[in-house]
Design a protein around this ligand. Structure first.
Ligand code: FES
Length: 199
């Protein structure tokens, strides 16, 4: 932990008078300042507040807005819904994970990409579908998906070879659940936002 981040945690604790009941706003402030919730800084927060680290992690993993890893420059949301899976999304997932050293929910070592597989994005007619920075790309193959990501990593604005998948098919709605590598997605478990009622 750098001196700066030590000061950040101390300042955040001080800002809320060290009140453990203000844990969530404190975590929000830490993330706003550091970009995510690093392990060492959470430990310092735990020590400073007298709140068990396990409790802080349970809050961090319960709310979808908290990040335990730094976010990449680009977010890859690969659809692992049933139709996309049957059309090869699992092979695309394996290829891009290998090519960019990613794991589901993780960020590549060069911090170019964060990989966030999800369930149906509502464009099944264009399966398999990948959403990169909110831009939909459909009818992908392993090669075209990897090539697309290389172009994005190089700073190019790629033309969409496949049709835009936006609004082309009846959707089932998006979920945040990450799919396991090579397996059909299990039923999604929803995470909440800190604005909702549970901690
Ligand atoms: S299953 Fe992938 S868009 Fe519907």
């Amino acid at each position: 932990m750098t001196e700066t981040s030590t000061e950040t945690i101390a300042a955040v604790i001080d800002r809320y008078s060290g009140d453990p009941g203000m844990l969530i706003p404190m975590m929000q402030d830490v993330q706003a300042e550091l970009g995510y919730l690093p392990q060492v800084e959470l430990k310092q927060l735990s020590n400073g507040l007298g709140v068990p680290l396990a409790q802080i992690y349970s809050v961090a993993t319960f709310y979808s807005s908290f990040r335990l890893m730094p976010k990449g420059d680009h977010t890859i949301q690969l659809c692992m819904g049933t139709v996309c899976f049957l059309k090869g999304a699992n092979k695309i997932a394996e290829a891009i994970q290998q090519e960019f050293e990613l794991v589901p929910g993780g960020t590549s070592p060069d911090r170019k990409f964060t990989f966030a597989p999800l369930n149906c994005v509502g464009a099944c007619a264009l399966a398999p579908v990948m959403v990169v920075d909110d831009e939909h790309h459909g009818s992908l193959t392993v090669d075209s998906a990897v090539e697309l990501l290389h172009k994005i990593a190089a700073g190019e604005k790629p033309s969409r070879d496949g049709e835009s998948a936006k609004g082309k098919s009846k959707g089932k709605g998006k979920t945040r659940k990450s799919a396991g590598k090579g397996k059909p997605p299990a039923k999604a478990k929803k995470k909440k936002s800190p604005g909702s009622n549970k901690t």
